[in-house]
Design a protein around this ligand. Structure first.
Ligand SMILES: [Zn+2]
Length: 370
């Protein structure tokens, strides 16, 4: 079977620019719009795969950069690939390693061929090229893989333009390097906060015939207004019949704003990262569970939430676990935060089917405080 036979994307309903769809992968069908929890080191921190399934998670992201450095993509391949290694049998996505190379490292050299960088673990020197990023992602074996791109700071126009051109050349090389038909390679649109660069990038990347497209380089320091404007610009151009993935974005209001503008896939470390910092995500904003006011509070985090944590435990107990530095605190708050985002995506999807997304979004954004 060819890649296009395997990875079929069907739009089931539209509401304004938003779409509800089904994206077929070798490890199951994604109901879009969808939020992917992030498992950087082949584990969504503090949560088991069984708990993820119970939460209704469908797509999980893992980071190529981290797994290449440790335990090594070759080792993962020898252990049967990432699905089997981490025991997540649903759809998986790996990023290209580009974002981490540019954000976590002392970069030694970026040139038109690739990037030389120093490992954040042991200081050893490494090099990624479009070809090696694809080879690593083929060893890892995720269902969706990403083109190697250069992510530049959002406001430096000259640098962004250079990085965008490099990203375009690398996208073509990634496509040529890819060999596995059971993986869908997505191209990435860059261009910072500049509408003309974004549309140039969207035109070029969509001309290459990728089965899906990602929007990169957002949520890296620009304003929410700029992000929304860029999404509108890019989604005007990206083909309707392929999934669109907004990378690294996942606060509740960003999910709502992205879906309204025609985004189908999101991922973010936010729910699990906040959980490890005692913050619960709710439909109205964030709660700091360390707050002394919760010490004798018999209520769950969110009385309207149906997650295991809220069905079972009080704020008083969660606060106690946090104060006592018990590991279970991270697990229970992660379960709640992931549920909040996954349920929000299910509600957005339902609102699209029922043609009431605008009302749903307006009500949501009105009661949500940053
Ligand atoms: Zn909950």
């Amino acid at each position: 079977m060819s890649t296009s036979d395997i990875f079929q994307f069907e739009i089931q309903a539209r509401d304004g620019k938003a779409r509800a769809g089904l994206f077929q992968t070798p490890h199951g069908v994604l109901q879009t719009p969808v939020f992917a929890p992030v498992g950087t080191q082949a584990t969504v921190k503090a949560v088991t795969p069984a708990q993820l399934s119970e939460l209704g998670a469908s797509l999980v992201l893992a980071n190529t950069y981290h797994l290449y450095l440790r335990p090594g993509d070759q080792l993962v391949a020898e252990m049967g690939g990432l699905h089997s290694f981490m025991q997540w049998n649903g759809p998986l996505l790996t990023d290209s390693g580009g974002f981490q190379v540019f954000s976590l490292n002392e970069i030694r050299k970026v040139d038109d061929d690739g990037v030389t960088f120093k490992s954040h673990i042991d200081g050893s020197m490494h090099r990624f090229t479009p070809e090696s990023s694809i080879a690593i992602q083929e060893n890892l074996g995720a269902d969706i893989i990403m083109a190697f791109d250069e992510c530049a700071p959002p406001y430096d126009r000259e640098y962004i333009q250079r990085a965008m051109q490099r990203t375009h050349a690398w996208a073509e090389r990634c496509m040529a390097a890819k060999t596995r038909p059971d993986q869908a390679l997505f191209g990435i649109v860059q261009g910072g906060v500049f509408a003309d660069l974004r549309s140039e990038s969207a035109r070029f990347i969509s001309s290459l015939g990728f089965p899906g497209h990602a929007i990169g380089g957002l949520s890296v320091g620009e304003t929410k207004g700029e992000m929304n404007e860029m999404l509108e610009e890019v989604n005007e151009i990206l083909p309707e019949d392929r999934p669109r993935y907004l990378m690294g974005v996942g606060s509740p209001e960003d999910l709502v704003n992205g879906v309204l503008r025609g985004v189908d896939i999101f991922d973010c470390v936010l729910p699990t990262r906040l959980a490890r910092h005692q913050a619960a995500m709710t439909r109205t904003g964030r709660m700091n569970l360390m707050n002394a006011g919760y010490a004798k509070d018999p209520r769950p985090i969110d009385e309207t939430c149906a997650c295991y944590t809220c069905r079972t435990f009080t704020r008083a107990y969660l606060r106690h676990l946090i104060v006592a530095k018990e590991m279970l605190a991270s697990t229970l708050v992660s379960i709640h935060n992931l549920h909040t985002l996954l349920q929000l995506m299910r509600d957005l999807r339902q609102a699209i089917f029922e043609g009431r997304l605008d009302t749903f979004a307006a009500e949501f954004l009105q009661q949500y405080t940053l």
